[in-house]
Design a protein around this ligand. Structure first.
Ligand code: 3HC
Ligand code: NAI
Length: 702
């Protein structure tokens, strides 16, 4: 056996078996690239070798380029060279694939002369989700194998296809029955050894004029729709251009165009932001080693309260394979809650997101009760009753009495102090916050709120549960609104101040959308219902700091009964049950009245200034949240805001955005705004410290 760094080679008769061994996902790091080239060259120079089988050790064949290398200067040999070397081999090269074959991994497979796969194998070009395009001939070889239409479909969405689809579009030559990639490959390669099939190189394939016409049409269509697809607009455009090269240019020029566009994307801020998000999504889910292995088993759960949140949390748990008991105050409310759950499940089933068997099995695992005794054997309880400390405390006292001593007691509170909810309980170490976002069965974010008294195994169990439910979990300490809602409260205020000072809610929403959020703050308010915030403001009125500027516009809307979509009017007017509202003159009049009462002379704002203020308020409070240890690192903020509040992913989250924008510039903005309102615009200590030391938020992530 010959060991070349992360590649092993061995002989099986006249076949050279080349195995990539670069755990966890066989990424194409420089030593892997080097090892593959060495192995191919070795085969060319060894007369006894008649064919080469390339395969991967472990779960996946190859998950693409090594993402960690993107921010360093590239080291030779580069991937295009590896692919060219494979394609040019005089001896047939077969790739036998299992698990994921992604990005550069799929480009290697396309450069090989033949491809076989196991039944569970998947294939994809996820580059666009990282702000990139395939950069090792993928945009030139794929159209010559599967055509432009399938190439576009795979590359523009970044979504993987399964082995059956891959066979049907001609991406693989053969689909095996067994999951053993090595023996599948060895079996298939015998046909090549015997010379029954000739070598087929993608480079030799010419696109016919008929195909050319169809391909041009498909590209035009993609160009027209390209704004709506992909997570990175720059990469989407580059992708279409590179694919076009495969039909309009001689091959070597097409390759050169692809390379130039790839390098352009590699250097873009979108790429850097998207890779930051990819890596941060994995980092947030990792707990320090002292937590490892201590999670308690969770197979059954209770949900207390079958309202909006309780019902959708129950759906999450059921979908995650748990059995669920729903608890409500009385039989009528219980039936309403169960019906809410059943109707979400029915909807998922009718949309094809759940098979008939899964639907039936899930319903079997659902029960309801009005007596808390039904919770005596469950492993976990999630409380989702009214946002009222008295009601929540009473529920937890009852839970502490009836639940078994190993069970975990969680609350889904949005704002309340979990230390207070659990005060007086004998088992405070079992209590934590599991803050889901609405609708819980769709939103991926979950804040795991950890009071100081919570034991490590309970925290570890929260993260294990998140993994099982397919959620992205972020750890938060107890704080008013935890990470996300606390930051939201601050940038919402900035939006309201701008509205009172002269910008219309419609201009603010539009500027925020142009930045990349799907909705502006006033549209969101109309969607979630103004009454919730109104009640919260009334509760807090007595304790509000006298220095805080208060904008009464939202209260005036509520006093008029305009709660948003559900009442047909809010900041917008919703006619005929439409979900997209129209600007409302009456609302503008109401705002003008408030300005007049307060003696505010309205001024104009540019969209650019709106965004500067909106984001400065967001980032400044986020810096406080990190500084006070509520969020562990800046990256926890980025993931919270992307997955819970729709911050545009391609901008990397507010802290990454702040680093790119310039922290000194941001601090100067805040100081400028503070000239008008020094109480609201107090620069965060952490932001000031970063500027003084010329550091970045990024430096605090590791
Ligand atoms: N490079 C480096 N590390 C990678 C990686 C890659 N391409 N893909 C995954 N990893 C790392 C992850 O960061 C994680 O590291 P950690 O253990 O330190 O957190 C570890 O591998 C396991 O990853 P997951 O937790 O995501 O494991 P899963 O089993 O859930 O998923 C996967 C496996 C489907 C392969 C998933 O990791 C994935 O989608 N990876 C990204 C693949 C990708 O985008 N490839 C394209 C790269 S761009 C390219 O190839 C350009 C080329 O055209 C030139
Ligand atoms: P909701 O008003 O829709 O539902 C509350 C349910 O709890 C009602 O069905 C009520 O009958 C039931 N209930 C009240 N007291 C009970 C008791 N003692 N025993 C059993 N059931 C009881 O409220 P919603 O919106 O579902 O909120 C629930 C919790 O989730 C609140 O703490 C809220 O702050 C939090 N939350 C809400 C989000 C949202 O967007 N609605 C998002 C995240 C958290």
């Amino acid at each position: 056996m010959h060991q070349a760094n992360l590649i092993t080679t061995r002989r099986e008769g006249t076949v050279l078996v080349v195995t990539v061994q670069n755990p966890p996902v066989n990424a194409l790091s420089v030593n892997v690239r080097h090892g593959i080239i060495e192995a191919i060259k070795h085969a060319q120079n060894t007369a006894a070798i008649t064919a080469i089988l390339l395969t991967g050790q472990g779960k996946h064949f190859i998950a693409g380029a090594d993402i960690n290398e993107f921010s360093r200067s590239p080291q030779a040999p580069l991937l295009p060279e590896v692919c060219d070397c494979i394609e040019a081999s005089k001896k047939p090269v077969l790739t036998s694939m299992s698990g994921a074959t992604l990005g550069g991994g799929l480009e290697i497979a396309l450069a090989a002369h033949f491809r076989v796969a196991t039944p569970s194998a998947t294939f994809g070009f996820p580059e666009v989700t990282l702000g990139l395009i395939p950069g090792a001939g993928g945009t030139q070889r794929a159209p010559r194998l599967i055509g432009i239409k399938s190439s576009l479909a795979m590359m523009l969405t970044g979504k993987s296809i399964n082995a059956h689809e891959a066979l049907s579009i001609g991406l693989i030559d053969h689909l095996n029955q067994s999951e053993d990639a090595l023996s599948n490959g060895l079996r298939f390669i015998q046909t090549l050894v015997k010379g029954e099939i000739n070598i087929r190189r993608r480079a030799d394939v010419k696109i016919s004029s008929k195909d050319l016409e169809k391909a041009t049409l498909a590209l035009d269509e993609a160009r027209q729709g390209s704004k709506a697809i992909g997570t990175s607009f720059g990469a989407t455009q580059a992708l279409i251009e590179a694919l076009e090269g495969s039909i309009t240019l001689p091959r070597h020029e097409g390759m050169a165009r692809e390379r130039a566009l790839f390098l352009q994307c590699l250097g873009s801020p979108e790429r850097s932001a998207l890779v930051h998000v990819f890596q941060s999504e994995r980092k947030v889910m990792k707990l320090p080693s002292e937590f490892h292995g201590s999670a308690r088993p969770i197979n059954s759960a209770g949900v207390v309260g079958g309202g909006t949140m309780g019902a959708s949390i129950a759906v999450c748990l059921l979908n995650g394979g748990l059995s669920v008991v729903l608890i409500e105050q009385d039989n009528d409310r219980l039936e309403t809650g169960l019906e809410r759950i059943r109707s979400i499940l029915q909807h998922l089933h009718s949309r094809g997101r759940m098979s008939k068997q899964e639907h039936e099995a899930v319903l079997q695992r659902l029960q309801g009760a009005t007596d808390y005794i039904a919770l005596s054997t469950v492993d976990l309880v999630i409380e989702a009753v009214f946002e009222d400390i008295v009601v929540k405390k009473a529920v937890f006292e009852r839970l502490a009495e009836v639940c078994n001593p190993k069970s975990i007691l969680a609350t889904n509170t949005s704002y309340l102090d979990i230390n207070e909810i659990s005060s007086g309980l004998s088992r405070r170490s079992d209590v934590l916050g599991l803050h889901f976002f609405s609708p819980a069965h769709i939103m991926r974010l979950m804040e795991i709120v950890v009071p100081q008294s919570t034991s490590k195994d309970v925290v570890a169990s929260g993260f294990e549960l998140a993994r099982r439910l397919g959620k992205i979990a972020v750890r938060s300490a107890v704080s008013d609104g935890f990470i996300g809602n606390r930051i939201l409260a601050n940038y919402r205020k900035a939006a309201e101040y701008m509205m009172e000072d002269g910008a219309s809610p419609y201009q603010i929403d539009s500027a925020v959308r142009a930045f990349g959020f799907p909705m502006g703050p006033f549209q969101i308010s109309d969607l979630s219902g103004g009454d919730i915030g109104w009640a919260q403001r009334k509760r807090k009125a007595a304790t509000r700091d006298y220095r805080e500027r208060y904008v009464p516009i939202a209260d005036r809307l509520c006093e008029a009964g305009w709660f948003g979509q559900k009442t047909g009017r809010g900041y917008y007017r919703y006619t005929d049950g439409k979900r997209i509202g129209e600007p409302d003159e009456d609302v503008l009049l109401l705002i003008e009245n408030v300005r007049r009462e307060k003696g505010i002379k309205p001024r104009s704002f540019t969209d650019e200034e709106i965004i500067r203020r909106y984001l400065a308020a967001m980032i400044n409070e986020a810096a406080n949240v990190v500084d006070q240890g509520v969020a562990e690192r800046p990256l926890d903020i980025d993931i919270t805001m992307i997955h819970g509040y729709a911050f545009p992913r391609y901008r990397g989250g507010p802290m990454k955005y702040a680093d790119d924008y310039g922290l000194d510039k941001l601090l100067a903005d805040i100081r400028e705004f503070a000239l008008e309102d020094a109480y609201f615009w107090q620069p965060s200590n952490l932001l000031q410290e970063r500027v003084t030391t010329s550091g970045l938020f990024e430096d605090l992530n590791n």
